[in-house]
Design a protein around this ligand. Structure first.
Ligand code: UGA
Length: 443
């Protein structure tokens, strides 16, 4: 099938590449000429395991093309995906500027009947606005062309995006058009093997499904962080509690890890946007607001512990930090808890020596050169002259460290484990003080 994808961010690039891998002829369009030039040169602008090889091989095989020119790309597509960003605007609502700009471009160039598929996370009702924007352009041109607008939200996770796209749990298709359903069922057939994964629904339910999924996951995390804060005060260990409740299949072991709060480009933005959607329809989403509030407080958790440990005075101290990305296997630092920690440490007069396996460049880009930040090239280099070590991202490389080496190099051996990746006993046996999240003790 001929497929066109607008937007070469995570969602667009991964979707386009996986569809090309299945043998479709895919054209990806972006307004960013620099990005398109890089992609045409085989240079992937994001770090995503497995993606680079797939982009290169499909590009070389002639199944995956990148362009800034929308007109031929629109003529090419039997199916046209919209996968551009929906950043939060000032009040937290999803900003539809890019989505509607693509819709107008489609309307200005559409030459034959087509199916327009929205993959971006958008407020309920956006498909109608996309349809109106396309219709308005067609009317301006004085032409009548049949088209459908479908909601087909994406559920990929950064760091595992190729796998999520190739082996989806579910494929949500929101439309009432039989023609669109037929076309998308054919397109997704290779991803829909062994058992039925396609969930058909109306377009508004599909749009809400995406927000509901992310809000539910964010709720699980905030709930566990709240339990951790209680555990810490009552002298219980949240890690044991996690096992105790996860064994109930109604609760499950997944996504109940307490930590320094959720970050990334999706949960913070989507919980806020859903809250705004509810408000704009006259409903106060109390639970969503609490989820956000708990998360916001949790992002300061490590700093509060560190500050207390040093008796409220961090001036002249150096804190070593392991992990800057919002989670492992990505270089993404959007809304990363590390950013809050670093800013609070600097504010309090401390310096930071940080290491991250992938996000070094990103951190350099975000923070620039400053005297109170050293971005190290090796994990143990962060310890030189440091007073304490804080673990912010649970990269595998941090899981079994040489505690003796840490103890020998820290001025006042202590680890603040923001992801509960260590056993307190093991760390303490190595002569290092240990503070995790909700592990029965606080500073
Ligand atoms: C999330 C969802 O997991 C995807 O299903 C969804 O498609 C995607 O958003 C999206 O809307 O595009 P992602 O943001 O890539 O994916 O990252 P997650 O793996 O979900 O992690 C989000 C945050 O939650 C991270 O900061 C992570 O550290 C934190 N987290 C996750 C916890 O603190 N505890 C957990 O148990 C799980």
């Amino acid at each position: 099938m001929n497929v066109t994808v607008f937007g070469t961010g995570y969602v667009g690039l991964v979707t386009g590449t996986c569809l090309a891998e299945m043998g479709n002829a895919v054209v990806c369009v972006d307004v960013d000429a620099n990005k398109i030039a890089r992609l045409n040169g085989g240079d992937i602008p994001i770090y995503e395991p497995g993606l680079e090889e797939l982009v290169r091989s499909n590009h070389a095989a002639g199944r995956l093309a990148f362009t800034i020119d929308p007109a031929p790309a629109i003529a090419h597509g039997d199916v046209i995906f919209i996968a551009v960003g929906t950043p939060p605007d000032e009040d937290g609502s999803a900003d539809l500027t890019h989505v509607l700009a693509v819709a107008r471009t489609i309307g200005r160039n559409l030459g034959a009947a087509s199916v327009i598929v929205n993959k971006s996370t958008v407020p309920v009702g956006t498909a109608d606005r996309v349809r109106e924007a396309i219709s308005a352009e067609l009317a301006e041109r004085g032409v009548t062309i049949e088209f459908d607008v479908v909601s087909n939200p994406e559920f990929l996770k950064e760091g595992d995006a190729v796998n999520d796209c190739m082996r989806p749990d579910r494929i949500v298709i929101g439309t009432d058009s039989a023609r669109a359903i037929g076309l998308l069922k054919d397109l997704y057939a290779p991803f829909n093997r062994n058992h039925e994964r396609i969930v058909l629904m109306d377009v508004r339910s599909a749009e809400l499904t995406k927000y509901a999924a992310n809000a539910m996951l964010a709720t699980k995390i905030s709930f566990m962080n709240e339990m951790a804060n209680i555990a810490e005060r009552v002298g219980a260990d949240i890690e044991l509690v996690r096992h105790g409740i996860g064994s109930d299949p109604r609760i499950g072991y997944h996504f109940i890890y307490p930590g320094v709060g959720y970050g990334g480009s999706c949960f913070p933005k989507d919980v806020q946007a859903l809250d705004r959607i509810a408000t704009s329809h006259g409903y106060t989403a109390r639970l969503l607001r609490s989820v956000e509030e708990v998360n916001n407080a949790q992002k300061s958790k490590l700093f509060v512990q560190i500050e207390r440990y040093f008796d409220g005075d961090l001036r002249g101290r150096t804190i070593a930090v392991w992990g800057l990305a919002f989670k492992p296997n990505t270089d993404d630092m959007r809304e990363a808890p590390s950013r809050r920690l670093l800013e609070q440490l600097w504010e309090a007069g401390a310096s930071v020596r940080a290491y991250d396996p992938e996000a070094r460049q990103e951190a350099q880009h975000i923070f620039g050169n400053r005297d109170d930040l050293t971005l190290c090239e090796q994990p143990y280099d962060v310890l030189d002259g440091a007073d304490a070590l804080a673990v912010v991202t649970e990269w595998k490389a941090f899981r079994s460290p040489d505690f003796k080496r840490i103890r020998a190099r820290l001025a006042r051996p202590v680890i603040f484990d923001g992801r509960n990746i260590y056993e307190p006993r093991v760390v303490e046996a190595a002569g290092i003080a240990y503070y995790g999240i909700g592990r029965g003790r606080s500073v």
